[in-house]
Design a protein around this ligand. Structure first.
Ligand code: ZN
Ligand code: ZN
Length: 311
């Protein structure tokens, strides 16, 4: 498992931050998270990121799309901005050879799931057209508030089916979102059932990333408030989320407030590493592990090897 965190600094500086805090994986924004404007990224900047990723120590990168994006909105202007921004995000992510673009599908704002779905599918098709074998589009499960789409694996699977199981479409599971949506992922059986659903509906190879966040709000509350690992409702049992054999080769990143309130830092990565050391399975799931290692960056034995051997 590649343990890491969402880091500020974007394409220019997030890798430095991730290295400073001792992460193996980084998640970043490719633009200011508060504005629609998408910057022109210089080719050289993108290539530098890609080559640093190849060399390590940070060996996996996820780009998180702008939170303002809502592919299910009935509002035409927001919809167009959302679809365009997501496509640009995929372009930038492919430029840095990121492992995926994680995004929230959005909210139909009361128009209904079916109406929302009709908006979502063509916008996702536009983004999927820009993906590469390395850089996939990853739907994140939502916390289930209001009219959000993607509150369950079943809802994500409906989208997956409407896109005919596009070969570069995957999923990112967020522990806090699962928990506040009413799925107690601190219970090994409940978590195994989630993974079984992913496997049956899409295939486990579609699960490409984990967000490791404790929940400040109770089980089933639909309130998206992330707590530092070990400091929320899930506590030590959040280890269950990292312990399943099927997730051992994934990047797992923190999106937590951090001990100093400015996002995850070195002590937060320490907590995550110690947690993982207590929970990781004794024996590796060799079949899936080697399949992923073989697929990963065909040109880079180093990176594939790192996935097999690092913490
Ligand atoms: Zn998340
Ligand atoms: Zn969240």
């Amino acid at each position: 498992m590649l343990l890491g965190a969402h880091c500020s600094g974007g394409i220019k500086a997030s890798l430095d931050r991730a290295e400073e805090i001792g992460a193996d994986a980084v998640q970043l924004f490719a633009q200011s998270p508060r504005a629609w404007r998408f910057p022109e990224h210089e080719r050289a900047q993108l290539e530098l990121f890609a080559s640093r990723l190849e060399q390590g120590p940070v060996r996996a990168a996820l780009v998180h799309a702008l939170y303002l994006i809502n592919l299910a909105t009935p509002n035409d202007e927001i919809y167009e901005k959302s679809a365009t921004t997501l496509a640009s995000t995929v372009d930038a992510a492919a430029g840095i050879e990121a492992d995926g673009v994680v995004f929230h599908v959005g909210s139909h704002l009361g128009a209904g799931f079916e109406a929302g779905l009709k908006r979502v599918i063509p916008a996702m098709e536009r983004a999927l057209d820009r993906t590469t074998d390395q850089t996939w589009l990853l739907m994140e499960n939502s916390a289930g508030a209001g009219a959000t789409i993607g509150r369950s694996v079943d809802e994500l699977a409906v989208i997956f089916d409407h896109l005919d199981g596009h070969p570069r479409l995957g999923v990112c599971l967020d522990s806090c979102h699962l928990y506040v949506s009413g799925i107690d992922v601190t219970d090994p059986a409940a978590y195994a059932a989630v993974l079984d659903t992913v496997d049956a509906a899409m295939g486990l190879d579609r699960l490409r990333a984990l967000h490791v966040n404790d929940a400040e709000a109770p089980l089933g509350s639909n309130r998206d408030r992330h707590a530092n690992v070990l400091e929320g409702q899930m506590g030590e049992q959040i280890g269950v989320f990292l312990a399943h054999p099927a997730v051992q080769d994934l990047p797992a990143v923190l999106e937590t407030p951090g001990k100093d309130g400015h996002g995850p830092r070195a002590p937060d990565i320490e907590v995550l590493r110690d947690l993982y050391a207590r929970w990781k399975p004794k024996k590796r799931a060799s079949a899936r592990g080697s399949a992923r290692a073989a697929r990963t960056r065909g040109s880079s034995a180093g990176r594939a090897g790192a996935r097999r051997t690092r913490g």
